[in-house]
Design a protein around this ligand. Sequence first.
Ligand code: ADP
Ligand code: MG
Length: 288
Amino acid sequence: MCKSEINIRGLSHTYLPGQPGERIALQDINGDIRQGELLAIIGPNGSGKSTLARHFNALLLPTRGTVTVNGLSTADPANLWEIRCRVGMVLQNPDNQLVAALVEEDVAFGPENLGLPPAEVRRRVDHALSMVGLSDLRLRPPHLLSGGQKQRLAIAGALAMKPSCLVLDEPTAMLDPAGRREVLESILSLNRQEGLTVILVTHFMEEVVFADRVWVLSEGRLVLEGTPAYVFSQREVLQKIGLALPGPAELAWRLRVAGWPIPAGVLTLDDLVTCLEGLLSKTGWGRP
Ligand code: ADP
Ligand code: MG
């Protein structure tokens, strides 16, 4: 059993409590995020995803309940430094996160502010840039990068702080399909090759299929959780709260309803093609 990285107990969050505009954003969330896993968090707009994500590195504090990171409560100001070092955050718009005139300076910004010796800063910058495939662009001004490159740079900036966990709040929302793919590949390789715990908030269902586990939020509550195969088997529940299956899973479902023997758990285009080829070859319609 993997160790837990983040534990959430009875977490509720209310914005502007007792004031006009009061808004309950999270209600009684419980769960554990395990070391080294890739957890996807999905839910319709306003369901509380960003609010939850901001609790993981103490950008927000619980109105009720607790969040602990490696056993340290986010509510104790004495833990803030260590929690911010352990849990890195990447937001939706990379332009809001890039601060320096050159790519390498941007990545160096965090470690320099930690007061680390220049040799260590350099080591961290080199490593972070190579992890997101930007080493060759280190002397380029960030504003000349593509959207996908900018977001990978923002990820490198977070990595240079040597976190054990990376929280990404809709990091691909502003990107074109190529940029989205680049960023997703970087995220997957950080999780799989570097063993980083990754919490990915996304509304792209195609990204969710790569996760180990999925949490589904609706109106501030955690309403469904499990593997992607399980969560996407709950089509009606998802539909009720305004979410759709990934395209290939929806097509598989419709074919199944129409009587085709498509097994459960078909989530990706590759799964579906393999499955259809198998079926067609049995009917003599296989590849020539
Ligand atoms: P999501 O990321 O799933 O779209 P959010 O966590 O941003 O959802 O928002 C959850 C709820 O909290 C929404 O109703 C939103 O309007 C409200 N909310 C978010 N941020 C604030 C804020 N700073 N002040 C007041 N209400 C907020
Ligand atoms: Mg959000």
